[in-house]
Design a protein around this ligand. Structure first.
Ligand code: GLY
Length: 425
């Protein structure tokens, strides 16, 4: 079997790594990938948005199926395009990907199918949005969301009306997010803990993966700016059997909605929930694996990912028993100093070869190879994931490996999985 993975980050490294482990997989390609992923996959120099050349590559190389990592090619309709050429591809169609690419569509879908979520209003006119915010109660937190894709910068939690109006003005009038902020959602704030539920689906049936928890803020104790994710762990103890059942009820409604709306969905659905007073509310849908959650979740997968993909393509997911290791994993992301704001690149990453633990994996993201040495080339540089029988073991292992690595300006959080530990006290 030959597989093409689209994308270039730690998530795509984890996906390639899962495929490459299977003896039935002859070759894994990754486009555009990165030079760290090149250790396990052949790198293809085609950008993730170049649908035509990606399809040509798949045809020429007789690829059995393609797996899409990031949201941009999905929102551009890569699945519809590949399907029009009869090429197998894992991901939702362009219309289904609107569950992620339009926050307004996603909220309308949730309301239509009875999916618990925060109350909201949406606006395409700046003055209407500002006047609406004026009618709301003082001193209540509000969430402002840009309707379109904004590379993780589209959601703002505001302390009150003044800040909310300021953000709306920046999005709708100053166009700080370009067209992504032409329309906005104004949402009530729900207080609680966030959980990421990743779900395999063939559009008819579904299978939940172990719930994970991302760490979005750049510094320990959830301080500082929001990032693309500083680490994750799975399964999160907050995801009790009882809570998982409630989330499964939500997922059933989503799949039913997908079917009723006649959306084509063969891939991974990310259900971001917030748990408030023991009840899950959906914050967002993503139409793909999350990053860094995938770097924590996939090392726990026992069933071959390629078998799952074949079952998804054949719409036979319900007949596959997906197995997970009875273990815990922790992923710590090492970033360039200054990230998520400006940072310098080109620093040699030392110590990677010192990691020899079989239960620890390096997932490469912002790296380049120069004179046979890896140097930094992005904000999030590498993710280190360790797997162990318990959370303390996974934390100890992962930080022992992190301490072997060094590059100038290296930054990481020292408290990944703290909620799992505090839950035990
Ligand atoms: N970890 C959040 C995301 O992948 O969008």
């Amino acid at each position: 079997m030959k597989i093409l993975v689209i994308g270039s980050g730690g998530r795509e490294n984890a996906i390639c790594w899962q495929f490459a482990k299977n003896a039935n997989v002859e070759k894994v390609y990754c486009a555009p990938g990165n030079e760290g992923i090149a250790k396990i996959a052949e790198i293809v120099n085609i950008p993730a948005y170049d649908l035509e050349n990606l399809a040509n590559f798949v045809k020429e190389n007789k690829i059995d199926f393609t797996f899409v990592g990031p949201e941009i090619p999905l929102s551009l309709g890569i699945v519809d395009y590949f399907n029009s050429w009869g090429l197998n591809i894992i991901g939702p169609s362009k219309n289904a990907a609107k569950l992620e690419s339009s926050k307004i569509y996603s909220k309308q879908f949730m309301n239509k199918y009875g999916i618990p979520t925060a109350k909201y209003s949406s606006f395409s006119d700046l003055n209407n949005a500002l006047n609406y915010i004026d009618t709301l109660e003082d001193n209540k937190r509000l969430v402002i969301k840009a309707d379109g894709l904004a590379a993780g910068k589209g959601v703002h939690i505001c302390s009150g009306k003044g800040e909310a109006k300021n953000i709306v003005y920046k999005m709708m009038s100053e166009k700080v997010l370009g067209d992504a902020g032409n329309n906005v959602v104004v949402e009530e704030y729900i207080d609680g803990q966030e959980l990421s539920y990743l779900v395999f689906t063939d559009g008819i049936s579904y299978s939940l993966m172990p719930a994970s928890q991302d760490h979005k803020r750049v510094n320990d104790k959830d301080q500082g700016l929001n990032t693309g994710g500083m680490g994750a762990y799975a399964p999160a103890p907050l995801a009790t059997v009882e809570l998982n059942k409630k989330v499964e009820d939500i997922v059933k409604k989503v799949i039913c909605g997908i079917s009723q709306e006649k959306l084509e969905y063969k891939g991974v659905l990310y259900v971001g929930v917030i748990v408030s007073n023991g009840l899950p509310y959906v914050l967002e849908f993503n139409c793909r694996f999350g990053d860094p959650e995938t770097q924590a979740v996939l090392p726990l997968l026992e069933t071959n990912l390629s078998d799952i993909c074949i079952a998804i393509l054949d719409q036979k997911l319900s007949s596959l028993q997906i197995k997970w290791k009875d273990k815990l994993s922790v992923c710590v992301v090492l970033t360039s100093g200054g990230y998520p704001e400006s940072f310098k690149s080109g620093f040699e990453i030392k110590g990677l070869d010192n990691i020899v633990d079989n239960n620890t994996i390096i997932f490469y993201a912002g790296v380049k190879s120069v004179n046979d040495k890896f140097v930094t080339s992005g904000g999030r540089v590498v993710g280190i994931t360790s797997v162990a029988d318990n959370i303390e073991g996974a934390i100890n292992k992962v930080y022992a490996s992190v301490n072997l690595i060094h590059f100038d300006g290296m930054h990481f959080r020292r408290d990944i999985a703290w909620r799992a530990l505090s839950g035990k006290k």
